[in-house]
Every structure is written in C-alpha cells, then in structure tokens.
Design a protein around this ligand. Sequence first.
Ligand code: BJW
Length: 304
Amino acid sequence: MSSPKTDVDEFRKILNGANRILALCGAGLSVASGLPTFRGAGGLWREFESTSLATPEAFEDDPGLVWLFYAWRRHLALKAKPNAGHYALAELAKKKENFLCLTQNVDGLSPRAGHPESAIRMLHGNLLDITCYNKCGYAERNATRDPVCPSLAAAAEDYPPGQLSPLLDPSVDLATIKPEDLPQCPDCKRRGKTSLLRPGVVWFGESLPDGMLLEVDNWLYKDPVDVMLVIGTSAAVYPAAGYTNKAKRRGAVVAVINPDPQAKSGLDGKDFFFQGGADEFLPKLFEDVIGKLKIPDTAPLTEA
Ligand code: BJW
C-alpha cells in the first residue's frame, strides 16, 4: 500500500471542493486546551488507567473513586478554553452545510467554540451532565457547579504550577467517600427509592445515546462522503472507530491529524496524514474555506 500524502495545499483544494464532510474527533483535539488523553502518557490518573474507571463495574465497585475522577475532569473542563482546533472546526461547520462532526470528547469545548449544535454529535455524552445511575430518567444538563458536592471538594482545588495536588499523588492515600455522601437522585428519593447520580457519559459496555447511531448511519448512507477527517483519536473504541472505514467505503478521502506516526496505519495513497497537533494543523488545512482563523477572547459556558 502506498503512503498517505502530506501536502497541505493539495488537501486544502480537496476540502474546498468537498460537499459532504465527516469528522471524528478524540481527546487529542483538547490536548492544547490542557486536557489529558485516555491512552498513552496522559492516560494515567493516580495509579489508575483512565479507561479502567470508565466502566459501570468500576462505579459499582467504588462510586466515590469514580466520582472523584470525574469531578476532577469536570473541574479541568470548566477551567479550560477551546483551542484553535475547536474554533477551526466550528468555522468549517458554519461554512460547509453538509459537514457533520462526531466527537468522542465529553468536555464541551466544541460547543463552547460555537460549533453549531445541528452539526455535531457528542457520541460519548457530556461531562457536565448528571444523570440517575438507575436510569429513572432524571438528568441535569450542563450542571456547572464545582465541586459537584462537598465530599468531592478535593477535585475542585487548584495548586500553583509545579505543585502536585494531593489528589493526583498516588503516594497520598485517598479518603474513602461513602455512597451516602455522593450526589443522590432527587426523583428516586421522591418515590421512596435510593439511587446515586452519575456523570452523563457513556462507559464501556453501555449504548451510545438513543437514536444517535441511527441518525449518523442515515447521514452516512444518504449520499457519498467526500472527505473524512480523523482528528486526535487513537481510534481504539467502537462504534466511533468504525466510521472511518464506513466513510472510506462511501468514497471519502481520509485525512488523519495526529502527532503519533502510528495513527497513519490503514491509510493509502489517496489519503492524507498530517503529523502534528490539531490546534496547529486544522486552521491551516481549513484556511481556503474559513479564511484566517480569529480566536475570540471569551468562550462562555453553554447555557443550561
Ligand atoms: C493529539 C494531540 C494533539 C495527542 N493533537 N492529536 C467492536 C469490536 C470490539 C469491541 C467493541 C465493538 N463494539 C463495541 C465494543 C465494545 C467497546 C469497545 O470499543 N471496546 C474497545 C476497547 C475495543 N465499546 C463500547 O462498549 C461502546 N458501547 C457499545 O458499543 O455498546 C454496545 C456494545 C456493548 C458491548 C459489546 C458490544 C456492543 C461504548 C464506548 C464508550 C467509550 N467511553 C470512553 C469514556 C467516555 C467517558 C469519559 O470521557 O470518561 O470514551 S473510553 C475513552 O476512549 C473515551 C474516549 O472518548 C474514547 C476514545 O479515546 P480517544 O479520544 O481516541 O483518546 P485516546 O487517548 O485513545 O487517543 C488520543 C489521541 O490523540 C492519540 O492518538 C494521540 O496521539 C493524539 N494526540 N496530542 C491531535 N495535540
């Protein structure tokens, strides 16, 4: 198989002429905003692999630990600002009518960069949503309170640069948080039941949001796809990872943007590989369509 192309000008022309564009984004898109990835160097939280905490089994086993992990990520996401990559994608969505962005990210930075809601699907949910663990239907959308509750206050503490927070230091024992000190579902309580609340994200073994997969398939199979952008993802998790080959079978030229050279595996001579950060490459790659990117001073949290 011949190697993917790397010519920015050639890709710009293809993107400019493209009608139907699909993007799959992952944690790497938010690295320049200071948020960690799941795998590789950034994927360790204390002594735990981040992915090992993203399961219903981990929550059943130790809901206090899993809530602390998510409370810490909520705090980081609330403090973070969208970067040039998020803004470039948002501008592309405003210029190209038939662009759909599938993001695996739960940090809400794309909506905060002004990415139109109709042009993005948050496949793995939203870190700021809080739902009932027993699925009674209770949900708080975009709950920005930080900390989520007093027992999770340690996750919302800031330390000066260079000083490791005790929460992140594996040599400092974590205080056990009792389930009764974690957020409880008010609707279940009203019905005389008890249920914990949980982060509104999709854990391993859980289904993606109702109807979303069908909607994405309907978009994919409606007409051929011209360009598939694969941005900052290890493409290790399904069903998200499967969309690249589906788009390729629909005719798409695939462009992968990732600093890891391994991310180009599976690409052929029709495709493109841009080795580097999404914040660096996306404004350049989209310039013929969006012009020179301007980054606003503020990125307000989305309305509840
Ligand atoms: C940069 C950068 C810079 C760094 N710029 N880039 C088919 C086959 C086999 C298994 C399955 C299958 N279908 C379903 C499954 C089971 C499972 C699965 O996929 N398992 C795999 C391990 C194989 N999938 C599921 O369970 C899904 N549910 C489902 O399918 O339901 C039905 C079903 C269930 C069971 C069996 C069969 C069917 C649900 C998946 C939910 C994933 N959830 C998580 C947590 C979300 C909540 C949270 O945020 O905590 O989603 S796991 C985690 O991985 C998170 C991420 O969204 C996801 C993907 O990670 P991502 O974004 O790619 O991050 P990284 O860290 O892996 O990569 C970062 C990349 O950025 C790297 O490449 C860097 O190089 C790069 N980078 N700096 C650009 N500056």
